[in-house]
Design a protein around this ligand. Structure first.
Ligand SMILES: [Zn+2]
Length: 442
């Protein structure tokens, strides 16, 4: 906003006619006279005061410079030197709106709609984005990088799919974990499970990309993808069995350092790995094997397993490698706190460890259902909404036994489990009902 209202000027030959036309009466050359600011000659070199419409500062300027700065201005605002870029940007916005901003104008690429338009024209002309980093594409690509555009998002916005426009997945595409996740979700849908490495590779997700994101297990973890068979311990390791899982959780609880899947034997026996390796101070490492089957041989798998187990045990003997052998029997049909006890007894023979209390919940495999889910599932077997299922009748029903066993592992009794959910057992209900009837009869 111009603050100066009037200005003193002299009569000059050059401006005499101009001012006379404005109604000023000539006296003589070099005489000073006062003019209203609207009448001031636009090339005048008198100083005028204006206020910046952006920051409010008051500034002086030669009137000619002032009028020059108003040329090509669409904002109708005054800007001090500091605020000039703000006014410029506002001007560019107006020009963009009016459709008169040109490709070479400084702000042209700043508008996403222009970058989109350029990209659209490029796609229409070339039909592919394979050469976007070359020739005509260079500037578009450069500007998109400048403004951190996401090529795929832009392409989608134009109604295309990136994968239809490229013959190879662009370098760095999967640096963005969200993109990897999105495409793995598609593969999960396709295979109804987490894709295997080879399946990922078929889709252009290379080993390099997988490794870059920490490997399959790490990706699963980041995606919060859990298979029924996944037994991820507190160190993020995917255990092969619930027994291994329990041992891992035990060792973690006891702060016992270990490594997984190490080679206990010389290179000639590289096919063998142990489940855990412990490193006691000033002693040889100790390997831990968690055996998955008992020694009774009911079928081919158990026979094969047993053979391999025997072979492995012999190798431990042969090479004199320390072994902690954990048999299946300590896990089977045992309460969790007893499993913890057994593991403590086993490990304390080899390591100097002090007893610590470990909650059952720590070693209950995370893939097993929660108490709440267990309760919902068990109630499906009950004929009454107000009591637990009748156990003497339910064991014949498919699946009941497995759930019941799990409950008994976690609770001292079926009745104790019911108490947690304010649910009585079938027998308790019978007793209550009888009592009620008796009272009624009185
Ligand atoms: Zn300003």
């Amino acid at each position: 906003m111009l603050l100066t209202k009037t200005a003193n000027v002299k009569w000059y030959y050059k401006t005499k006619e101009y001012y006379e036309n404005k109604g000023y009466v000539f006296t003589k050359f070099n005489d000073i006279f006062e003019v209203s600011i609207e009448d001031l000659y636009e090339g005048s070199s008198v100083y005028v005061e204006y206020q910046c419409d952006f920051c409010g500062k008051k500034r002086n300027k030669v009137y000619k410079d002032y009028t020059d700065s108003k040329k090509n201005d669409f904002t109708n605002k005054d800007a001090c030197r500091g605020c000039y870029p703000i006014r410029k940007e506002e001007n560019m916005k107006i020009r963009q709106r009016k459709g008169i901003l040109k490709r070479n104008d400084p702000y042209y690429w700043k508008f996403k709609e222009n970058r989109l338009e350029e990209l659209k024209l490029y796609i229409e002309k070339h039909g592919t984005l394979d050469s976007i980093t070359m020739g005509e594409g260079i500037i578009i690509n450069q500007q998109m990088n400048n403004y951190k555009d996401d090529l795929e998002e832009m392409v989608n916005e134009l109604g295309y799919s990136l994968f239809d426009l490229v013959s190879r997945i662009p370098i760095g595409y999967y640096d963005d974990f969200n993109k990897l996740e999105k495409n793995i979700l598609v593969l999960i849908e396709k295979y109804s499970r987490f894709p295997r490495l080879a399946e990922c590779q078929n889709e252009g997700i290379s080993q390099y990309i997988i490794d870059k994101h920490g490997g399959i297990d790490e990706i699963k973890r980041k995606m919060k993808y859990y298979d029924d068979t996944d037994l991820i311990d507190d160190r993020g390791w995917y255990n092969k069995s619930s027994y291994e899982y329990m041992v891992a959780q035990f060792l973690i609880s006891y702060n016992i350092p270990y490594k997984r899947e190490q080679y206990p034997f010389p290179n000639s026996e590289r096919e063998f790995r142990s489940d855990f390796t412990l490193f006691p101070l000033n002693k040889e490492p100790i390997h831990v094997e968690v055996w998955g089957y008992n020694d009774k041989l009911d079928n081919d798998i158990e026979m094969e397993y047993s053979k391999r187990k025997k072979e492995k045990k012999e190798l431990y003997e042969k090479y004199g490698v320390n072994l902690i052998s954990i048999e299946k029997s300590i896990f089977k049909d045992t309460k969790y706190h007893q499993i913890i006890e057994s593991l403590y007894i086993i490990f304390k023979d080899f390591l100097e460890i002090k007893y610590v209390h470990v909650e059952d919940a720590i070693i209950i495999p995370t893939n097993l259902i929660s108490d709440e889910e267990l309760f919902d599932k068990i109630m499906e077997y009950s004929d009454n909404d107000d009591c637990l299922p009748n156990t003497s009748r339910s064991f014949d029903k498919k699946g009941f036994g497995r759930l019941y066993k799990e409950i008994i592992k976690r609770y001292d009794s079926f009745s104790d489990f019911g108490k947690k959910f304010n649910m009585i057992t079938f027998n308790e209900k019978m007793k209550n009902d009888k009592l009620n009837i008796q009272q009624f009869n009185i």
